[in-house]
Design a protein around this ligand. Structure first.
Ligand code: 6PG
Length: 491
């Protein structure tokens, strides 16, 4: 028996509720279910009242109320809750039905579930959903992957609810990404890039505030101006807005009252761990994760601040003179920071795509990088105009080895690098930590270096552990008895 709903959604927290309302608003009839069934009743009596919804109170009733092949989407906490739910769904589903997970799930869990659910004769999709509460309601970025057979069934609906971009606002930020956990992996890289973007913005803020002496009102104006140029993005826009918000419980701006301890749910950590597994240097995300970690050691930092010395930006005229000679007056400093931010951001995205390429090669996903860039063009947290350029770069060369090698980005970094170097130098002279700005610069310098000091490193490994090395002038593997050949130490 099956009902007449076009779609079913389980998990009525804010994201789930908003996504269900979005689907209904595009002309679909939606069944909803939540483990705490009072949430179903609240929705039916509240935001769904008078709309094309069916509220259900058991999993069986939920499944049966949807047309075959059923499209059943879960928006619940990632991990064991998803496995438990699949187990409850399967006995009521029929062959060909599609189970979709919209959570921030670890991609290997999705790889496993695709196999398990397909073995039961059904189809499974792990779909990254980005855009927060508002995105879910008005148009998120959707990153589906899993059982390829599911795509023709969900394509129209998913593309209709997704954010739209392009000159006519008709290109959906939703495209099939590939088999297994490809969709979750792309969403994880989105989040890792989000971590990098946020850390870079925070470093710009600290520089402008502590070194440049900009007030929150002035920062508002700076971010407003930045948002009108090549840095235009959702994260720059919300940062601008944050600088305008006053504390309702006291004087001044709210941002100044917020404890400097960053939270994290784990997707940045996953991307960092997987970068290490793949051996790709995704240093922006790892640095951003570690920066959050250091921020969380608040009490230790407060103690250390009483003991450990460094240059004080405010009280050292000599340092200030050096800084001024490097970056000029205040307006020039603001512009230098903007350029450092832009160049670092390019490196961050370049690293994200290199990781995607390595993961795609490992899993045989055949990812379309231009499509991934387009999915991030609208709806999601990292949405930015500059993703059009990334899409163009991959349209020109689908196998582009590194975004930094694309003509547009090569020139952009070329133009920004003088100021970028000066900003990193000034920050270090003045004792302001800029881990993301500097790791981005080190990656750029390392990547463009034909010869790195790894020759010495190989010699060290061979010296103490006979780990062998290769030569630049001969093929083969070599080992040297370094102790026999070395100069005798003096004592
Ligand atoms: C999105 C966000 C979303 C979530 C982050 C927050 O794309 O809509 O990325 O997925 O807000 O996971 O991550 P942290 O809590 O780790 O900062």
């Amino acid at each position: 028996m099956s009902g007449d709903c076009d779609f079913g959604l389980i998990g009525l927290a804010v994201m789930g509720e908003n996504l269900a309302l979005n689907v209904e608003s595009r002309g679909y009839k939606v069944a909803v279910y939540n483990r705490t069934t009072s949430k179903v009743d609240d929705l039916m009596e509240g935001r769904a009242k008078g709309k094309n919804f069916v509220g259900t109170h058991t999993i069986e009733e939920f499944v049966k109320s949807v047309k075959r092949p059923r499209k059943l989407m879960m928006l619940v906490k990632a991990g064991p809750a998803v496995d438990a739910l699949i187990e409850q769904l399967l006995p009521h589903c029929e062959p060909g039905d599609i189970i979709i997970d919209g959570g921030n799930e670890y991609y290997l869990h999705t790889e496993r579930r695709v196999k398990e659910v397909e073995a039961a004769g059904l189809l499974y999709v792990g779909c990254g959903v980005s855009g927060g509460e508002e995105g879910a309601l008005k148009g998120p970025s959707l990153m589906p992957g899993g059982s390829a057979e599911a795509w023709p069934h969900i394509k129209e609906m998913f593309q209709s609810i997704a954010a739209k971009v392009g000159p006519n606002d008709d290109i959906p930020c939703c495209e099939w990404l590939g088999a297994g956990g490809a969709g979750n992996y792309v969403k994880m890289v989105h989040n890792g890039i989000e971590y990098g973007d946020m850390q870079l913005i925070c470093e710009a803020y600290q520089l402008l505030h502590e070194l440049g002496g900009l007030t929150n009102d002035e920062l508002y104006d700076v971010f407003e101006a930045w948002n009108a140029g090549e840095l235009q993005s959702y994260l720059i826009e919300i940062t601008r807005d944050i600088f305008s918000v006053k504390d309702e419980q006291g004087d001044g701006h709210l941002v100044d009252k917020i404890l400097d301890v960053a939270g994290a749910k784990g997707t940045g950590k996953w991307m960092s761990q997987l970068a290490l597994d793949l051996g790709v240097p995704s240093t922006l995300v790892t640095t951003a994760v570690f920066a959050r970690g250091l921020s969380a050691q608040k009490e230790a930092r407060v103690r250390a601040s009483e003991t450990l010395n460094g240059p004080s930006a405010a009280s050292n005229p000599e340092m200030q003179a050096i800084a001024k000679s490097l970056v000029g007056d205040r307006a020039e400093f603001v512009e230098a920071v903007r350029q450092a931010l832009y160049a670092s951001k390019i490196v961050s995205y370049a690293q994200g795509f290199v990781q995607l390429q390595a993961a795609s090669a490992e899993h045989g996903w055949g990812l379309d990088y231009g499509a991934a860039a387009l999915l991030w063009r609208g709806g999601c947290i990292i949405r930015a105009q500059f993703l059009d350029r990334i899409k163009e770069a991959f349209d020109k060369d689908a196998n582009l080895e590194n975004l930094l090698l694309d003509e547009y980005f090569e020139k952009a970094v070329e133009n920004a690098q003088e100021k970028w170097r000066k900003v990193v130098a000034v920050a270090s002279i003045m004792g302001i930590p800029v881990p993301a700005f500097s790791t981005a610069l080190c990656y750029y310098d390392g990547y463009r270096m034909a010869r790195l000091p790894a020759n010495l490193l190989q010699a060290q490994r061979d010296y103490f552990g006979a780990h062998t090395y290769q030569r630049t002038d001969q093929d083969g593997t070599f080992h040297t008895e370094w102790i026999q050949l070395r100069k005798e130490p003096k004592a």
